[in-house]
Design a protein around this ligand. Structure first.
Ligand SMILES: [Zn+2]
Ligand SMILES: [Zn+2]
Length: 242
């Protein structure tokens, strides 16, 4: 943890609280918030497969909304699950063939399950080499997450050299895995637009390379799970790297 100087008030006016997942080795129960591990699936549902290679996708993350910090529940929902599946096949190389760095790629599935109750499938066959699961045990607030200079610029905030230096020293927006807050964009501001209403989608979760998930997005890239503010079922994931 850095003990950076306080950010200037001009930046703190844009402050949002982000939440860092505190994780532990091992899978949680079926309904747990987790990176990798066994997802909640309906009794008659197979493990989701990639339409490009027909192999089971990796579960990247499952979020149980009832366990999220309350301010985030107001944004993303108070109950149900969000699940992100991603194909990590290297032969064929689905990430490239399907351009999985762009939103709404075929080899990626992000979805909401409103009512995860009833009979479940505990025996679905997942990927041949599943990632080591990490269950999310709690969320630690980052109370002074602020936008990066490119996003500030888009918001009409002409950033001063002092502000730029303060962002750098404080390492804001925060990198690493985090819920909410301001995205640490790698290649500039890249919010997807909802295919149904064209609204700018909102960030739910930032997933960084080799943080909780043992996966590298290109060359140390970072990805963002986003949701349409008007269509709770429109979710997607995209990433960028250096
Ligand atoms: Zn695939
Ligand atoms: Zn929409």
């Amino acid at each position: 943890m850095t003990t950076a100087r306080a950010l200037p008030p001009t930046l703190l006016t844009h402050r949002r609280t982000a939440y860092r997942p505190r994780t532990a080795e091992g899978d949680g129960d079926l309904l747990a918030s987790k990176f990798s591990g066994r997802p909640w699936l309906k009794a008659d549902e197979a493990w989701p497969t990639c339409p490009n290679c027909n192999k089971p996708q990796q579960l990247f993350v499952q979020l149980n909304l009832a366990t999220l910090p309350q301010p985030e529940q107001q944004r993303v929902g108070k109950s149900g699950l969000l699940q992100l599946f991603y194909c990590t096949s290297s032969d064929p190389l689905c990430e490239v063939e399907c351009q999985a760095f762009f939103p709404f790629a075929r080899s990626v599935m992000a979805r909401r399950i409103d009512d995860p109750t009833g009979p479940t499938n505990l025996n679905a066959s997942g990927p041949a080499e599943p990632f080591a699961p990490r269950r999310i045990e709690s969320w630690e607030p980052i109370e002074d997450d602020v936008p990066g200079y490119e996003e500030l610029y888009q918001m009409g905030h002409e950033i001063s050299p002092e502000e730029e230096q303060a962002l750098e020293e404080a390492e804001r927006p925060a990198t690493g895995d985090k819920l909410g807050g301001w995205p640490a964009w790698v290649q500039g501001v890249e919010y997807p637009n909802c295919p149904q209403c064209d609204a700018q989608m909102e960030v739910v979760l930032q997933i960084d390379s080799e943080d909780n998930l043992p996966y590298m997005f290109g060359d140390m890239g970072a990805g963002h799970l986003t949701c349409c503010p008007n269509h709770p079922d429109v979710l997607t994931f995209a990433w960028a790297c250096y």
